[in-house]
Design a protein around this ligand. Structure first.
Ligand code: IMP
Length: 193
């Protein structure tokens, strides 16, 4: 089965393809000739994920899914949350976002944080949603070079490694997006799609 993942992010497409396995072909936006940045203007993860999947469904009339992820940090009243992508401002880099979080976390003793993902699937014109989350902590010094986004500063509870120190298989065995993806795959398999 072919599914379009409404994202330009290669890391996410690779993660999704690894989780989906051999029976599924996961294509990104670039693969279908869509080079636009899809607006993400909602104030919730579900709202943004819906906005992205709906954009692709309306324009390309194909089965598709999208995800939206937020990093919620307790000591920062759950920021950056839904604003995780552009926390340090428009056109900021992953490193800019990390630097802003690290500066806001300086001196904080409560380091608890949680990654949350919402996936929205449009299948035969119907909408479904799936959620995944993983709890962990914001470490004091960045570690690791794999992955993307906030991976170098997030260490899941009970793990000696940050996401950025893990190989892809290990991150995919526990990540927020992997949990939501697995729920979507279970739904597709249960319904023999
Ligand atoms: P998005 O809107 O789903 O792309 O996620 C918003 C932002 O959260 C991204 O720009 C990344 O900075 C961050 N993010 C999403 N997923 C991950 C992840 O798996 N690890 C680290 N950061 C992530």
């Amino acid at each position: 089965m072919e599914l379009i993942f409404a994202t330009h992010n290669r890391h996410k497409i690779e993660e999704a393809a690894a989780i989906a396995g051999a029976g599924f072909s996961i294509l990104g936006l670039t693969d279908i000739g869509c080079f636009e940045e899809i607006p993400e203007t909602a104030d919730s993860l579900l709202g943004n994920a819906t906005q992205k999947a709906d954009f692709v469904f309306q324009k390309y009339h194909c089965d598709c899914f999208s995800d939206d992820t937020g990093l919620e940090i307790e000591a920062l009243q759950n920021r950056p949350g839904v604003y995780s992508a552009r926390y340090a401002g428009e056109h900021c880099s992953f490193q800019d976002n990390i630097d802003k979080v690290m500066s806001e976390m300086r001196g904080q003793t409560n380091r608890n944080a949680c990654f949350k993902t919402v996936i929205v699937l449009f299948l035969c014109g119907k909408k479904y949603s799936f959620e995944g989350e993983i709890k962990g902590e914001i470490i004091e010094i960045e570690k690791g070079t794999s992955g993307f986004g906030y991976d170098p500063i997030f260490r899941p509870h009970h793990s000696p490694l940050t996401f950025a120190e893990m190989d892809e298989v290990t991150k995919n065995s526990m990540s927020h997006r992997a949990i939501a993806m697995q729920k979507m795959m279970d739904f597709l398999c249960k319904n023999q799609i």
